[in-house]
Write a protein that binds this ligand. Sequence first.
Ligand SMILES: Nc1ncnc2c1ncn2[C@@H]1O[C@H](COP(=O)(O)OP(=O)(O)O)[C@@H](O)[C@H]1O
Ligand SMILES: [Mg+2]
Length: 283
Amino acid sequence: MTATTDAQVHRGAPAGEPLLEAKDIYAGYLPGVDILNGCNLVLHPGELVGIIGPNGAGKSTLLKALFGLVPIRAGSVTLRGDEITNLRADKLVHRGVGFVPQTNNVFPSLTIEENMQMGVFQDPKKFASRFEQIVDLFPTLGDRRKQRAGSLSGGERQMVAMARALMMDPKVLLLDEPSAGLSPVRQDETFIRTRRINKAGVSIIIVEQNARRALQICDRGYVLDQGANAYSGPGREMMNDPKVIELYLGTLATDVEADAEAAAVAERRTVDQRDAEGDATEG
Ligand SMILES: Nc1ncnc2c1ncn2[C@@H]1O[C@H](COP(=O)(O)OP(=O)(O)O)[C@@H](O)[C@H]1O
Ligand SMILES: [Mg+2]
């Protein structure tokens, strides 16, 4: 137990009852080895909350623990005040919680449409109406519904994974690094899509390596370090906090700039090539 108050642990959080709350949770994979050492988090209705922090900090473990996939040994998780600690994932889905893992989140041999059917396997009657609504949000998925997920690009697969989780009409969505492995342009699309889902009424917790970009779109953020809370606050405030920048955004910012520079170089090369080809045909 810490002596800090809720206001310090959840800086900038709105008043009122949280939709989802994790209180002092301890969790881990192996007996006697805790990965989470007293984590705290609240998600209020309508919020988009980011979790950032170094590799191995326990971000994915936290999402998995919230979704009943890693045993919680102490502490509690509540949904609208109801205890849901260690509830099984399928039960959580029924209560309106959705989870998109970072990897292996689509069935590659199934089509887009079949992947989305898997999202409502617990309640197949929902398929038609939910499919319509989600295709409204992501028209590409409707156009290409018969295409196998395995033949899609990384960005498109990520879209299918999100769409599948949305099929059960969740009130809370847990996203684990949706932008990982994507080009800067596709990363941007993922953030825009996340924001759009949030605006459509889904409260979201997003774990991100691309910390700076995540903090730009999030209402609030938490920094997790070694399985415990290190900082929290409104997204934009954290981006400008010298301590957060020095400890958690410094090297990441350099990585992002390097990515952008590499993309710009590639772009210039294509333009040069096109010019050269143009010259060749003219000549
Ligand atoms: N399936 C697992 N079994 C045992 N240990 C794991 C497993 N997955 C992750 N860990 C360990 O838990 C710690 C936190 O990992 P993780 O939650 O994936 O961090 P992050 O998502 O912040 O990079 C790491 O030390 C990692 O080695
Ligand atoms: Mg992770």
